[in-house]
Write a protein that binds this ligand. Structure first.
Ligand SMILES: Nc1ncnc2c1ncn2[C@@H]1O[C@H](COP(=O)(O)OP(=O)(O)OP(=O)(O)O)[C@@H](O)[C@H]1O
Ligand SMILES: O=c1ccn([C@@H]2O[C@H](COP(=O)(O)O)[C@@H](O)[C@H]2O)c(=O)[nH]1
Length: 256
């Protein structure tokens, strides 16, 4: 881990801890650098922190599918198709982080932007809490308890944090991985940038860093799930409709 990242992580820990002095911690998780106590970050917005505990007692656990793949592999595009056809709610970790970055008063805005531009991964305390809050809010508003979690977990820190905070509360169905060449992915992201995505990472410099992170940090997570026979790999090269046909074959497995 780079020194810069370690210092961001430890400053995040200090900031979060200092914000919660006197509050009762609700979750325990390992940071990059040390073991710390954190509260559920219900300060981010909206939620009733124990809603899933209640849900677990009265009904089924929420179902979760992780959707992974390189930048531009087509995760978001195929998630939209899955939402329309199978009724899952789509939670993009990247979108939630971009939203949090824009939230006035967010103390994580700068940290998030630095990570996004440089292809680094935001500490799991931030991302996992945004995801849990979004799941709780979505369930409260729509009753949906089937979630596509797009672009997470991306590194060991994400996996460890999720395992501690969420794995007992949800039922992980499988992990869809879109397999796409770097060349095609880069071309798609640059095209998306040129078309006005407004994303600060749809440029060659950021993409090089994002791919390094994908190869070094995210592939081992895919391998971890593959060893558990949870990965469903889909060829992401080619027309989006053709890719979706392969997605549908994977979903048939759930219905059968
Ligand atoms: N099969 C496809 N063929 C051509 N273009 C595609 C295909 N799938 C997605 N795209 C386009 O490529 C770009 C990236 O797609 P998308 O946002 O779905 O990928 P992603 O994996 O979610 O990317 P990121 O990780 O960068 O958020 C978008 O502009 C999208 O319209
Ligand atoms: O779990 C996550 C998801 C995303 N990030 C950061 O956001 C950017 C963009 O993510 P997309 O999935 O492409 O929208 C990513 O490069 C990371 O910097 C993250 O840190 N953790």
């Amino acid at each position: 881990m780079s020194t810069a990242l370690a210092s961001i992580a430890s400053s995040l820990s200090r900031k979060v801890l200092s914000n919660y002095v006197g509050h009762r911690p609700q979750i325990y998780f390992r940071s990059f650098t040390s073991c710390i106590l954190l509260p559920s970050i219900n300060k981010f917005s909206v939620t009733k922190p124990n809603q899933f505990k209640n849900l677990k007692m009265s009904s089924e656990k929420p179902k979760v599918i992780f959707v992974l793949g390189a930048p531009g592999a087509g995760k978001g595009t195929q998630c939209s198709n899955i939402v329309k056809t199978y009724g899952y709610a789509h939670l993009s970790a990247g979108d939630l982080l971009r939203e949090e970055r824009q939230r006035s008063g967010s103390e994580f805005g700068e940290l998030i932007e630095d990570c996004i531009v440089n292809g680094k991964i935001v500490p799991v305390a931030v991302t996992c809490s945004l995801l849990e809050n979004a799941m709780t809010k979505c369930f409260a508003e729509t009753g949906t308890n089937k979630f596509l979690i797009d672009g997470f977990p991306r590194n060991r820190d994400n996996l460890d944090g999720w395992t501690l905070q969420m794995s007992e509360k949800v039922d992980l169905q499988f992990v869809i991985v879109f397999d796409c060449t770097e060349e095609v992915c880069v071309e798609r992201c640059l095209k998306r940038g040129a078309a006005g995505s407004g994303r600060t990472d749809d440029n060659l410099e950021s993409l090089k860093k994002r791919f390094n992170t994908f190869y070094n940090d995210s592939l081992p997570i895919i391998e971890f799930y593959d060893a558990k026979n949870l990965v469903r790999k889909i060829n992401g090269v080619g027309d989006a409709d053709v890719v979706f046909e392969s997605v549908q074959k994977v979903f048939k497995e759930i219905k059968d």
